[in-house]
Design a protein. Structure first.
Length: 368
């Protein structure tokens, strides 16, 4: 089958994140099973307009942050004129859909939506623009998907999408790489860790406020921040005593830090799922976080603790649970709600295949 996925943050784009990791893991498995896979995304500095990566996925880049949507339509029109043909289009939504179903010329289309933006508008943009985006643009964009098959990764996101009038929504799982807990000792002092891009959405200022309150109860507590982002410099200046910045680190170093800490802390305003919760669980480290969308699903699935979305509730939850976690940490990891990437690729394929009106016998076999 010939598949084309549209996501404005393609491989190598500096803004790519967890959704793009998800996409890459799925597409590389589809390509390995003999499907012809194309990923269209925005242009990225230093990256070619078109190439085929080491996994056999064809990468096409055109347009900027906002022009990528029009560039996608132009490229698709030109591709058809050149005689190219696709059996399935995947419209991966990062706030704004590409609208593939409107211009696909009858080619079956599904949408992949990890999360809606909603509160994120208020975190990322000034008030007048955020209000227009949250209450006008996003509802209009998402309502256009009302009759399109939509895939999403959590019950939280499904509820949010239903609130916008979407009807054909199917859950697909979150994935995780197989990994073992490294043989490193836990820290002697009670240690918290936050892993993620340092942006306004993560609400690190609220984490700092909770940490200051916690240190009144547990003066020896420490907090590690792992990751980089637009808030990095400001947060370094604002950090209270006991906070350390590790910056962006390789995956193996991140796992070691997670394995040495006693608890992962999550304060983001909204997630599609929150895969770092599963990554921490694999290192034997429990998660505690705000009862916000996405985290509402991933933290309980990994045996963690949800608290009210405010610093005082977080501090109280940490004061209650951190001493026990520090005194008797798990010597090994455990599974959260995520599954293997092979299972994810199978599930997404099955959901997409159901939207393609062709006999199963005419399709390439996709058995693992």
């Amino acid at each position: 089958m010939r598949v084309c996925l549209f996501n404005w943050k393609g491989p190598g784009h500096p803004a790519s994140g967890g959704a793009e990791v998800y996409t890459r893991e799925v597409l590389r498995r589809w390509a390995a099973r003999g499907h012809e896979v194309t990923w269209f995304g925005a242009a990225a500095a230093g990256r070619p307009v078109e190439e085929t990566d080491e996994d056999g996925v064809r990468l096409v880049r055109a347009g900027g942050r906002f022009g990528v949507y029009r560039a996608a339509r132009v490229w698709y029109r030109d591709a058809l004129a050149r005689g190219e043909h696709f059996d399935l289009l995947v419209d991966e939504v990062n706030t704004r859909p590409f609208g593939c179903a409107r211009w696909a010329g009858g080619v079956p289309t599904v949408a992949l939506v990890h999360q809606v933006a909603r509160e994120i508008w208020n975190c990322e943009l000034p008030w007048p623009v955020a209000m227009v985006g949250r209450h006008v643009l996003e509802p209009r964009w998402l309502r256009a998907l009302a009759d399109v098959p939509v895939l999403t990764v959590s019950p939280s996101s499904r509820r949010s999408l239903r609130a916008y009038g979407l009807r054909r929504i199917e859950l697909v799982p979150q994935g995780i790489d197989a990994r073992m807990r490294p043989s490193v000792p836990r820290e002697v002092r009670p240690t918290l860790i936050h892993v993620g891009r340092l942006s306004a959405v993560q609400q690190i200022d609220q984490l700092f406020a909770a940490f200051v309150l916690l240190r009144r109860e547990i003066p020896t507590a420490r907090l590690w921040l792992v990751g980089d982002g637009p808030e990095y410099a400001r947060l370094r200046r604002a950090a209270p005593p006991g906070v350390s910045f590790h910056g962006r680190v390789p995956g193996a170093v991140r796992d070691q830090l997670l394995a040495r800490a006693h608890a992962l802390v999550c304060t983001s305003v909204r997630e599609g799922w929150g895969p770092v919760v599963d990554e921490a669980a694999a290192m034997g480290t429990p998660a505690i976080g705000y009862a916000n969308p996405g985290l509402l699903d991933s933290i309980p699935a990994a045996g963690g603790v949800l608290v009210g979305p405010d610093p005082r509730s977080l501090a109280a939850g940490l004061a209650e649970h951190l001493p026990a976690w520090a005194e008797a940490p798990s010597p090994e990891g455990w599974r959260g709600g995520a599954v293997s990437w092979d299972e994810v690729a199978d599930a997404v394929w099955a959901a997409c295949e159901s939207a393609v009106p062709a006999p199963a016998a005419d399709l390439p076999e996709y058995a693992v």
